[in-house]
Design a protein around this ligand. Structure first.
Ligand code: BG6
Length: 515
């Protein structure tokens, strides 16, 4: 498109975006509480900048970072560094300066009424300067103990809901962890719902922003050939692995209270599970998708504690380097019982999945970073051919959905090995995101920030869903808390995890996929 055809005040990128059917949000201010934290610099600002580069932010837009310390002198340069490091941006990028000019910093204690009044005035001033029309997206990137307080104060100072007759909108994104068990999640939901309507609340799980996670739904419901076999008649079992090779990265105090279940299994892995197992929704709208996800979680039968195992890493080697054990990490108790690995077996009691075991595992300091869904299909009814690998058992067909890294999908099947005998070998048909679409610089936050600005909650957690997943994991956490983990540490850093995880599958005569 030539510049002359672009309407005044609208960027060429925005016009291109609109032509592609992408929606551009209404003018607004994004207000990030906890802006001095790592998330803002590493993820949120680079994501907002990429959106702007792609013409997906409104022309009338501003960002305010709020935190307790006075960082007004360093905030701008610090955020710029984050954007440049975030990838795909050059220092001399012509869009960078105009974007940076829209960022401001505001210091206040989170319990300071006078500070909140001043923040309100600051936002009103920005409305005047940038024509942001009173629309607000608050992002609570703070420690969870501040979620309710900040929300309450936004309410008290007239920032949580549009005044009667006003057309503008107010939305609040809340980071994880959302509660630490069922009771705390319910309490937090009550406290937040006291101030905000459910459709103003956007509980974020960055896994839902990942292209490969969204693609699970596209793979299943955007194609005709997979869904007919996506059920107990054809599928033997399902495995979901979220393995990380990193440790706790200096987050000792946080991780001591969290552990693998609260940190990853209850949220990221359960979100992935719901996409793998849900029924086709009536539409790709928030209500329809959330309803189907909820049905999956509610159909999960209680998970007996003997279908769960936990582990903690000891010293070992990762990528050829010696690393300390969890108990030797900074600000971790030398006798800690926090699990850095958890695996469970669960069943979904509905018509599609009855009798199909789902094995889930998540852990830190494992041999590799890999997040993957493995769908293992049943054997053919008769074995006519011999396999190369074993005399009497043909390897099953397997669909692997690689969420990260090396994003892609593969289908494993048997093929005849060339030669005068009829022997089978396993081969792969593979799709790689990078090969098909090129490398993407998008982090999950781009999509989620954009959706929140558009008011689309499809990829955000709902109150009922959060409580349903906590209802499943709370009894496990309670049972574990009662029994000292005497066997910790039970896996060396850099390995496949604890032996008890292998035993969990061995009981069913199965094995985990190798990392
Ligand atoms: C976060 C957890 O939510 O997810 C971290 O707190 C974990 O402990 C991270 O490392 C994993 O995210 P990703 O996108 O790197 O898989």
């Amino acid at each position: 498109m030539s510049a002359s055809t672009v309407p005044v005040g609208v960027s060429a990128a925005a016009v291109d975006a609109t032509k592609k059917g992408e929606r551009v949000p209404e003018p607004c201010i994004v207000v990030i509480f906890g802006a001095s934290g790592d998330l803002t610099k590493r993820k949120l600002l680079p994501a907002l900048y990429h959106l702007d580069q792609s013409g997906l932010l409104p022309k009338d837009f501003a960002v305010v970072g709020v935190a307790r310390r006075d960082l007004s002198a360093t905030f701008g340069p610090d955020m710029k560094e984050g954007i440049l490091k975030g990838g795909g941006v050059e220092e001399n990028d012509p869009k960078l300066k105009p974007f940076m000019d829209r960022i401001s910093y505001f210091a206040t204690e989170f319990d300071d009424d006078a500070g909140f009044d001043k923040l309100k005035a600051h936002l009103a001033e920005l409305d005047g300067k940038f024509n942001t029309k009173g629309n607000r997206l608050f992002y609570l990137a703070v420690a969870p103990e501040f979620f309710a307080d900040i929300t309450r104060r936004l309410g008290k100072h007239g920032m949580a809901s549009p005044e009667a007759g006003d057309k503008h909108w107010v939305r609040v994104i809340i980071e994880k962890p959302f509660g630490t068990d069922l009771e705390s999640a319910r309490k937090l939901n009550d406290e937040i719902n006291d101030v905000l309507a459910e459709d103003q609340i956007f509980r974020i799980d960055h896994y839902l922003g990942k292209e490969t996670v969204q693609n699970i739904l596209v793979f299943r419901f955007g194609n005709g050939i997979f869904e007919p076999v996506w059920n107990r008649n054809f599928i033997d079992h399902v495995e979901i692995t979220a393995a990380e090779s990193i440790g706790i990265e200096g987050r000792g105090p946080f991780y001591e209270k969290a552990g693998a279940v609260r940190d990853v299994l209850q949220n990221h892995v359960m979100e992935v599970l719901s996409f793998v197992a849900m029924e086709p929704p009536d539409s790709f709208e928030a209500e329809a998708v959330r309803t189907e996800k909820l049905k999956v979680w509610r159909a999960i039968e209680g998970i007996p504690v003997n279908n769960t195992v936990r582990g903690q890493y000891g010293p070992g080697k990762v990528d050829g380097k010696d690393v300390v054990g969890y108990r030797q990490e900074d600000r971790v108790s030398p006798t800690s019982s926090t699990e850095t690995f958890a695996a469970i077996r669960l069943g979904i009691e509905n018509w599609r999945w009855a009798g199909v075991p789902f094995y889930l595992r998540a852990g830190k300091r494992l041999a590799k970073r890999v997040t993957e869904v493995t769908i293992v299909f049943k054997q053919p009814p008769l074995h006519l051919f011999k396999s190369n690998s074993s005399e009497d058992n043909i390897a099953p067909n397997i669909i692997k959905m690689r969420i990260q890294p090396d994003e892609g999908i593969s289908l494993q099947f048997g093929a005849k090995v060339p030669g005068p005998t009829t022997n089978l070998a396993q081969v792969n048909m593979a799709f790689s995101y990078a090969d098909a679409f090129g490398k993407s610089s998008a982090n999950g936050y781009e999509r989620l920030l954009l959706d929140a600005m558009l008011g689309d909650a499809t990829l955000f957690a709902h109150r009922d869903g959060v409580e349903a997943t906590w209802a499943l994991f709370t009894p496990i956490l309670e049972a574990w808390a009662k029994v000292e983990a005497k066997h910790f540490p039970n896996y060396a850093a850099g390995t496949e995890g604890p032996e008890c995880a292998d035993e969990l599958l061995a009981k069913d005569d199965r094995k985990w996929e190798k990392l």
